[in-house]
Design a protein around this ligand. Structure first.
Ligand code: PBG
Length: 339
């Protein structure tokens, strides 16, 4: 027992090891914390609608409204002041403007483009992210062009390239293809380069699952009603797979993605972790509408402590390896973190 080699090994047994020691005081917990959530980790998604000075509540999402562009301008300023680095916009497109092909997506004066321009002039320091996908614009609510009951890949990709260019021309800093078509990252990258948008970033929704947690989002933008009983399983990923997610991510990286998204977030902590161990580019996570709705609805009933579970969820995403997180709670969490 007295041999040098054992004497100098760190003691491992009780009472030498009491893992509670550093947990005893708030200051020492701070000192040993491995993960810290900061306002600069957060991205604020917003639903934008036509009109003036109007906010209409999304029923399934406590405290979240669709807002008009003038309200969005004020919101971008406050988000910027709170240290939130970027806003992601999601347009609520007028039914009259929807079509089977989703042509309104290519209109350079559409709601999304006007929202991007408005944010850029109201709060020039905040980054603007916009989805590249056709679902807000199609009468059927699918993310692409439908032929014979299927979303057709290559024709959809051509539209998405045009849509990405329209968004980039409006001033969008990061285009975020959320459609899960094959080959779209490379095609969009080529289009952007060809048109001299060398600095427009691509955030690829690389591992986007066919999830039930998108329900409230589809209520908010009105694609749920259009979609009806249909689903997106022919292009979004099967929840049962994780290795396939790594293939999706590897492909998107090789095609020119600057960062990749895993979505939804809390049901996919394993995917976030696996991706962050394997790849060196930033992995983003999206705390989606259904995750937000669950926490907020339970908190509203007084069944859980809303602030605590929100902070816990977001911290867990960061611990798993997410570099930044899309969350509808970005503003309130940033405020909480500043206090
Ligand atoms: C559209 C899109 C969706 C979300 C982001 N972009 C919905 C979908 O794929 O049906 C979901 C976001 C959320 O639920 O908060 N392609």
């Amino acid at each position: 027992m007295n041999s040098l080699s054992t004497k100098h090994q760190p003691p491992t047994t009780f009472p030498a090891t009491r893992l509670r020691r550093p947990r005893m005081a708030a200051w020492s917990r701070e000192l040993v914390a491995e993960t810290r959530l900061h306002p600069s980790d957060l991205i604020l998604p917003v639903f934008v609608q036509e009109g003036k000075n109007r906010e209409s509540l999304v029923e399934s999402m406590v405290d979240i409204s669709r807002i008009t562009i003038d309200v969005l301008e004020k919101k971008s300023k406050s988000a910027s002041q709170l240290g939130i680095p970027a806003i992601a916009i999601f347009p609520v497109v007028d039914k009259k403007l929807k079509s089977p092909m989703g042509d309104e997506a290519l209109n350079p004066k559409n709601l999304a483009c006007r929202a991007i321009e408005a944010i850029k002039s109201a709060a020039p320091d905040i980054g603007v992210i916009a989805d590249v996908a056709l679902d807000p614009y199609t009468t059927h609510g699918q993310d692409g062009i439908v032929e014979k009951g299927q979303v057709v890949n290559d024709k959809t990709v051509e539209m998405l390239c045009e849509q990405a260019l329209v968004l980039a021309k409006a001033g969008c800093d990061i285009v975020a293809p959320s459609d899960m078509m094959d080959g779209r990252i490379g095609a969009i990258r080529n289009s952007l380069e060809r048109e001299k948008f060398h600095d427009t970033m691509i955030l690829a929704y690389a591992a986007k699952y066919a999830s039930g947690f998108y329900g409230p989002f589809r209520d908010a933008v009105g694609s749920g009603l259009a979609l009806g009983k249909a689903d997106k399983k022919a292009y979004q990923m099967d929840v049962r797979n994780s290795r396939e997610a790594m293939r999706e991510i590897a492909l998107d990286i090789s095609e020119g993605a600057d960062m990749v998204m895993v979505k939804p977030a809390l049901p996919c902590l394993d995917i976030i972790h696996m991706a962050s161990q394997r790849f060196d580019l930033p992995i983003f996570a999206y705390q989606v509408s259904g995750e937000y709705a669950m926490l907020k609805a339970a908190a509203k009933h007084g069944w859980i402590n809303g602030d605590a579970v929100m902070l816990e969820s977001l911290t867990a995403m960061k611990r798993a390896g997410a570099r930044a997180i899309f969350t509808y709670a970005a503003m309130e969490i940033a405020r909480q973190l500043h206090d």
